[in-house]
Design a binder for this molecule. Sequence first.
Ligand SMILES: NC(=O)c1ccc[n+]([C@@H]2O[C@H](COP(=O)([O-])OP(=O)(O)OC[C@H]3O[C@@H](n4cnc5c(N)ncnc54)[C@H](O)[C@@H]3O)[C@@H](O)[C@H]2O)c1
Length: 258
Amino acid sequence: MDINSLFDLSGKVAVVTGGGDGIGAGCCRILAAAGASVVVGDINADKAKAVAGEIGDSGGKATPVACNVLEDNDLVNLVDAAVKTYGTVNILVNNAGLGGGGRENPLKIDVDYVKRIYGINVFAPWRLCQLTVPEMKKSGYGSIINITSMSSVNKEPDMGIYASSKAALNHLAANLAYDFGPYGVRINCVGPGATRTKALLSVLTPELQEKMLLHTPIKRLGEVDDIAQAVLFFASPASSWVSGQVIFVNGGGNQTLT
Ligand SMILES: NC(=O)c1ccc[n+]([C@@H]2O[C@H](COP(=O)([O-])OP(=O)(O)OC[C@H]3O[C@@H](n4cnc5c(N)ncnc54)[C@H](O)[C@@H]3O)[C@@H](O)[C@H]2O)c1
């Protein structure tokens, strides 16, 4: 068996949402390093360009696309750009996601906020499945990876919207695995623990970090590459009989806010 070929994505086309920073950017880099052509979608066009440029400079193939996952036209355009530029879509990473941080008091929270979080975290990933699976089916290779969260299984105060949106995304994958499997398309989730990105750093204090590490057997917080490596597994032929699953990448523990 050729170990390298298990992780080889040469000739494959990947679309990543929120690919301009944090975990999404890490996914773009690792998928490109494995040989995939990557469409870097992000609401921030400059960040998408920077990540695509960096991949190009290191010999990979990437195209930036400005995409707010809350806008249906942007989702259609993202998938069209992948098909026009590279011919198909084989890998979809539903990474763009917002919410949480212990800021979701259920009696005070704004109705529009709730719609927005569910729109970004649940509706957009579902819609992108609808738009990309026909391409995956035609090409004979498809893998969808939803970035969810430890919050999808945790119970904490003021986290109900984010946590339930991520739980929905896990359960969506478990069910869609039945719909898409017969087409040769797999769908799985990677649930990060606390991972050092701008989103985490916006709520992290030295005291919180110390508390999180008490509940983390591997004594550090996550890095973007820790998450991207699990995404690579699901994207690649190494996981060809794995679908409908969630893997939590969390240092063996659980880094809650409370
Ligand atoms: N960092 C963590 O500790 C952690 C833990 C669990 C889950 N997650 C999940 O990982 C994913 C990525 O988080 P991160 O920490 O890398 O965030 P981040 O803030 O570092 O990066 C998010 C990226 O998404 C983009 N983005 C934001 N809104 C968008 C929209 N509407 N459309 C398109 N792009 C948009 C941003 O411009 C940014 O480039 C999210 O789904 C998040 O819920 C993160």
